[in-house]
Design a protein around this ligand. Structure first.
Ligand code: HEC
Length: 472
């Protein structure tokens, strides 16, 4: 990067002396100036077998695309990245500097010269197989059939893990069986069946107690200290409509036929830990941070399939790399949602918001803003206990095709009492080219023609101490 920037400054200096002749001699070349940019910011997707439509690994492959590359880079659509650079700083930022953009523009308009092959830096080496060191590889246990056309409800697949002890995940890589059919995959874990049954029993007992108000059977239980307050509280709107993932089941007479191959969500499935979306198949946690998969738990894959005109099957696989030692900062996930949204027909700039308060000091690792095809923008503002406000992430042009995880360059230390206010905008007008129907009122739902206001949050919060619990 530094080399590229200084090359640009030198170019500038030459122009100052003699613009016309300098252009001849100093036009950037593929080998010297452009390849280093493509290798670091493009070839992760633009190589054989990856999600981009063409490979950009060498000059022969790049040359026919020179104009398109210059155009996509200039208008900011490539590399895909949607955070407003004025706010926050993220480890996985994909933007190009103005200097890099200028090199590509000059090179393309100079006829995309190859230059001297001796200047070419070594091409990045991508492994044919896994791009992370995998300790274990787990797959769906069936080739799931996907029809050629129509909608496919979310399907759930339980994947046995059988870990004999708690495992901490340092990195994962998810490989869809059929990249074209897998719109996204979300990963959760599920306790063993016996534990799930106990959990259900406990919940039933709690409900009975609420209904009939029995005093605790054991008098000593009344004197146990109150449980610590939850680390977060939400302003509103957490109730997911019945029949959608995470909501109550619909009464039987209202259930839609879900197709012959419906795989329902296993009872007891935990919250999502993250997952796969195009361009985001690998997650590597920094040292000391990792995600726990408890002993005996299985994995649950929530699969969202989209049909593409050809019947196919999918068997998605995950590779896991374990942490060598238990992390000092084990990460967890939660979601900030507004499930009560209702977007009027034709509304071009409809706002849906919600906020949450952090009751204990929390480390914020990443945010994943998620809306569907009507989502047009996101904005997150923190209000600190001293009243100071700060925008922690802004996504002025949300694009459903790119579900980025925004990983803070340094995890944000959020003091107790901090509030985060999330705002999402929706374009339900005919002006939105992706809008399947501008004449309908849109509510919360799993399918892309319904909407969500969902932010996946990865965080760390220290276990409540005895004193902290006593104070609450
Ligand atoms: C995260 C993955 C990813 C990265 C990184 C990425 N691309 Fe792409 N690129 C895609 C995908 C997927 C498409 C096709 C869909 C689309 O156009 O949005 C695409 C499309 C393109 C196209 C248009 C192709 C066409 O058919 O017209 C160009 C040109 C392009 N990319 C250039 C680049 C350049 C140059 C870079 C680096 C500066 C880059 N891309 C980085 C994934 C990526």
């Amino acid at each position: 990067m530094r080399r590229v920037v200084s090359a640009f400054i030198v170019l500038g200096a030459v122009f100052a002396v003699s613009p016309a002749s300098a252009q001849q001699t100093a036009a950037p070349t593929y080998s010297k100036d452009v390849a280093p940019i493509l290798f670091t910011t493009c070839t992760s997707c633009h190589r054989p077998g990856e999600i981009a439509p063409m490979s950009l690994m060498n000059y022969q492959e790049v040359r026919p695309w020179a104009r398109a590359i210059a155009a996509k880079v200039a208008d900011g659509t490539m590399p895909p990245w949607h955070a407003d650079p004025r706010y926050g700083s993220f480890v996985n930022t994909r933007g190009l500097s103005d200097a890099q953009k200028a090199i590509i523009a000059k090179w393309a308009s100079a006829g995309a010269p190859e230059g001297n092959a001796a200047d070419l830096p070594p091409a990045p080496v991508y492994r044919d197989g896994w791009n992370i060191e995998t300790d274990v590889v787990l797959s769906m246990t069936e080739d799931y059939p996907i029809p050629a056309t129509g909608e496919v409800a979310y399907q759930y697949f339980e994947v046995p893990a059988n870990f004999a002890e708690d495992r901490y995940i340092q990195a994962w890589e998810i490989r869809p069986g059929d990249r074209q059919a897998v719109h996204h995959m979300l990963l959760s874990t599920r306790p063993p069946q016996a534990e799930v049954e106990q959990m259900i029993k406990r919940q039933q007992q709690m409900m009975l107690q609420r209904m009939f108000g029995n005093p605790p059977a054991n008098a000593a239980a009344a004197n146990t200290p109150p449980r610590p307050a939850p680390p977060f509280s939400f302003a509103c709107c957490l109730e997911i409509p019945s029949g959608q993932s995470g909501g109550r089941p619909l009464p039987p007479e209202q259930r839609k036929p879900l197709g012959p191959n419906y795989r329902p969500r296993p009872v007891g499935t935990g919250p999502t830990m993250g997952g796969y979306s195009p361009g985001g198949s690998i997650r590597v946690f920094p040292e000391g941070m990792a995600m726990r998969i408890p002993k005996g738990h299985s994995l649950v894959f929530q699969m969202h399939y989209t049909t593409y005109g050809k019947a196919t099957t999918d068997r998605t696989t995950i590779g896991l790399q374990f942490a060598k030692t238990p992390p000092t900062t084990p990460l967890s996930t939660m979601a900030l949602i507004n499930a009560s949204l209702s977007i009027p027909p034709g509304a071009a700039h409809h706002l849906v918001e919600n906020s949450m308060t952090f009751n204990r000091e929390t480390l914020l690792y990443s945010l994943v803003p998620h809306t569907h095809v009507r989502g047009s923008g996101w904005h997150y503002e923190a209000t600190y206990p001293d009243g100071r406000k700060e925008v922690i992430l802004s996504v002025p042009k949300y694009d459903f095709n790119w579900q980025h995880e925004y990983v803070f360059a340094t995890p944000l230390r959020i003091r107790a009492g901090t509030k985060i206010h999330a705002r999402a905008w929706y374009d339900n007008s005919p002006g939105n080219k992706s809008n399947p129907d501008p004449n309908t009122e849109v509510k919360w739902g799993d399918q892309t023609w319904e909407e969500m206001m969902y932010t996946g949050i990865t965080y760390y919060v220290a276990p409540a101490t005895a004193t902290a619990a006593g104070q609450q």
